[in-house]
Design a protein around this ligand. Structure first.
Ligand code: ADE
Length: 254
């Protein structure tokens, strides 16, 4: 897979794409990330990439021309068809399901906005979709692009080693992950749920599933809305809820 990124901070993108699983995916030839700077395509003497918005008001808007020239240059760097995505708080939310869809595409071109945003006509004419990584405002799309590259890069076939398998990740089945514990000199096995030390694999799997369901119910009830639980999951969750309600420190509303 190839990902081209248009950004006024191309070095940030290059660096981010060199670390961890994404860096390893690039070394393995599974992913190629290239960064392009729209400023290199500005035509005036000052290499300007922004201008005041029509209608006045505070802030600046990214000029269309350097972006279009930069996008065209990036497009020509490969014959693979590309989906063009702009990172912005106005986008639809990036989810694990979306990451899966994008990970199967041969090529993405990501556009990172700065200032107050991009000229709307550039978005209408050149961009296939806008994506947001959450309901908060960043100073630019670069961090969001790095998030997207990570989420998509780790899903490339062969990017993860067996032990890191993506199938068990949070959200793969629409639930949060269960808690994990490992050896600690300082704490020994103190605070580790006894079932995890029992060696009974069926019981451990049951406990993990119940924790996933329970945590999702406590922390992200929105993920459970509209989700149909099978009888086994419904029982596990009901048991978790009963224990939680009987336990100390239960929140008022649960
Ligand atoms: N750019 C600024 N804020 C953003 C966000 N929340 N998601 C994606 N891109 C952004």
């Amino acid at each position: 897979m190839r990902i081209d990124v248009l950004s006024l901070f191309p070095d940030f993108i290059r660096q981010a794409a060199q670390v961890g699983v994404v860096g390893r995916a690039q070394e393995r030839g599974l992913l190629k990330v290239e960064a392009w700077n729209p400023r290199d395509f500005a035509t005036d003497n000052y290499r300007r990439v922004d201008d005041r918005p029509f209608g006045g008001g505070p802030g600046m808007v990214m000029l269309a021309e350097p972006l279009i020239a930069c996008l065209n240059a990036a497009r020509l760097a490969s014959t693979k068809p590309a989906r063009v995505i702009c990172l912005s708080p106005q986008g639809v939310p990036l989810t694990q399901a979306k990451a899966r869809v994008l990970a199967a595409m041969p090529r993405l071109i990501l556009v990172c906005g700065r200032y107050e945003g991009l000229d709307e006509r550039f978005l209408e004419r050149e961009v296939d979709e806008e994506l947001s990584i959450g309901d908060y405002v960043l100073s630019g799309g670069e961090l969001a692009a790095a998030v997207l590259i990570d989420a998509v890069g780790r899903l490339q076939d062969g990017a993860l080693n067996d032990a890191e398998s993506a199938a068990q990740d949070s959200f793969e089945d629409g639930l949060l992950d269960c808690p994990h514990y490992t050896r600690s000199e300082a704490w020994g096995t103190e605070g580790v749920p006894p079932v995890l030390l029992s060696g009974d694999h069926a019981k451990i799997a049951r406990w993990r599933r119940q924790q996933s369901l329970g945590r999702t119910w406590l922390r992200r009830p929105d993920l459970l809305e509209g989700k149909v639980l099978d009888r086994k999951d419904a029982e596990l969750l009901a048991e978790f809820q009963a224990e939680w309600r009987a336990g100390p420190g239960k929140p008022e509303n649960l």
